[in-house]
Design a binder for this molecule. Sequence first.
Ligand code: HEC
Length: 402
Amino acid sequence: METYIIEWLSLIFRWLHVITGVAWIGASFYFVWLDNSLQNPPQWKKDKGIKGDLWAIHGGGIYEVAKYRLQPEKMPETLHWFKWEAYTTWITGMLLLAIIYYLGADSYLIDKRVADLSQLQAIALGLGIILGSWVIYELLCSSQLAKNGLVISALLILFATTIAFLLTQLFSGRGAYIHFGAVIGTLMAGNVFRVIIPGQKALVAAIIEGKEPEAKWAEKAKLHSTHNTYLTLPLLFIMISNHYPITYDHNFNWLILLAITAITAIARQFFILKHKGLHKPSILIVSAMATLALAILIAPKQIMPSVTVKNIDKSQLTVQVLSIIKERCATCHAKSPTDEVFSVAPGGVALETMDDIHQWAPQINARSVQSHNMPFMNKTGMTQEERNTVARWLELKDQAGN
Ligand code: HEC
């Protein structure tokens, strides 16, 4: 019953997280586009204090959008603010992290092969790293070092590398990735909360009081919104990364995480330049080539089972494979799993009969032979010899063409 309730909570918060995330990133994409696409307005608009404007069509109507250099002649009665998209995405994300990775720490966060942590230790480390990263980031960005673009960029890259490495030395691959995402999400929501919104409040207050707004706010807001812009695509990758053990389960998962973060951040640059009317497809080509290079570099080595498994006849092998899969996989992958954590077959994949094994053969090959991603954290203790046996059977099956 308890796992059933947790499944529902996870479903609801994941759904809300996606909805609010779409609203936040959608608004962010729109405003980055808007800001970069503004055109030089005619003189009569400039006289009114308009810095740039543009025309757009959407949903059956034509829109005229204008950005003021500072303030309009009269402050409008209603001014729309964009902040709750960010806050609710962060809140639902943290709840989801708690439901899946903290309540279910023993299954999803702790990997005894990486570090032998207790549930409490894992949660404390996870939350500590998220909060600690935010504090360090804030200190770095408000220090003198932030004045020099190159220095601050180098420091932030070093900082990200340390966090990625540290996380993968503490948690399961997917737990490490999702924490890296939680760190990025926290920095981004924190930027909205601590810098962007207070900056906007200071601007409105100055306008109402008829004073010059302080320049420091504009500078800070610019630095932090730039970070948010480049972090959106990496964050979106991390949100879906738990589907891709080819990335998080690799021995060099922390380097892969950093590489994908860099590739996706660079890809964002293409769109930013494009909004400004600069077409630089070379940027996207570089990102695509880097992705291809990464895919080739981290490809699992082809296993050569024939060498390691004694040549026994196929029917004997089939009996062995069925018993291996039943013992090592069906505790979770069954209509009624006996595992204490998984109450329904993960991914809807049941592995109880020879028919099941035939149906899922390519996936079994990918996740238990070519990679050692299954059994989940090798909970059932599958041996290399057993993997070789399964590999040999799969090979014979392929040769027989069935
Ligand atoms: C302790 C429980 C457990 C055991 C044992 C286990 N798995 Fe899994 N399996 C999971 C979980 C949880 C997922 C979903 C998360 C994921 O995809 O990484 C999963 C996902 C999968 C998937 C992907 C399903 C999809 O979404 O398409 C395959 C294939 C798979 N397992 C095969 C196996 C094989 C083969 C074995 C035995 C060698 C095995 N598993 C043993 C828990 C387990």
